[in-house]
Design a protein around this ligand. Sequence first.
Ligand code: RUB
Length: 310
Amino acid sequence: MTSHALDLEGACRVIKSMEVRGAEAIGLLAADALAVHLEQTSGSLEDVRVAAGIGARRLLETRPTAVTIRHGVRSVMAAVGAAPNAEAARAAAAAAAHQYREDVVQAQRDVVEHGAALLGTARTVLTHCHSSTVGHILVEAARRGAELRVFATETRPFQQGFITANALAEADIPVTLVVDSAAHRVLRDEGIDRVLVGADTIASDGSVYNKIGTAGVAALARLHKVPFYCASSRFKFTDQDPAAIPIEQRPAREIDPLQRLRAGVRVDNPVFDRTPAEYVSRIITEYGLLRPAEAARRCLGHLPAIEAPA
Ligand code: RUB
């Protein structure tokens, strides 16, 4: 599937359904989809701006925790806001989406470089969920000769651990899939020397919002004195008040697809959690390995100040 082929509603649908998932991918798709939507919007500059505002809101609603959608959408909105006429606004939106993609891809390359160097020659790693950033780090480290052994948690309820496990197997990296509740045993018994996860959002205090269960793995890593690393480019950082970062709730059927529960049983399905900064040894950024608060300061300092979408 090429993201460029999608209209706004199609993009919202595949992001919401998680056909396209992972913070980086959904931010890129959101920026592209908004630009394509504006290319298809005729009329005055005011018409383009109104369409941009409505489209931005639709995209932001799809997966509220991931700040990458906000960054992608804001890049396009800023370009539209600065344009003198409708035609220029449409062209600027397309250019901004393209630039956003280039910047995100380059930043991830740099993160991967630092991450692969961190892993060195031989490491046993535990990871949670599926992060494209972590996946690329592991593959690159192996390509450079690291004799990796990876444990991947299943990641209930959506089971993104299967994506991680299959991708690593495809790259000939020895990988073992475990259920989430095995994290304690694995950290205690399997000689894990690094935990490595991705991020959906990182707050200015350095706390990491990532797939539900990440905070538990981090607490267990602390218990077992295993360093816990998060791999993230600047495009995951936000200066929003941490208390205001929404945690996405997804439908109960993702936990109970066979509908075995009786009426009256409540299901709580928050799909991200917050790992406190003190549980995070270092964040692997494009600027190197940094302590969480320093990573936030550096990364936020390199993000353009862009007005929030209307
Ligand atoms: C995915 C998830 C990933 C981050 C980072 O959650 O939590 O760890 O998004 O991924 P979901 P990436 O499956 O609900 O989207 O490194 O690819 O940006």
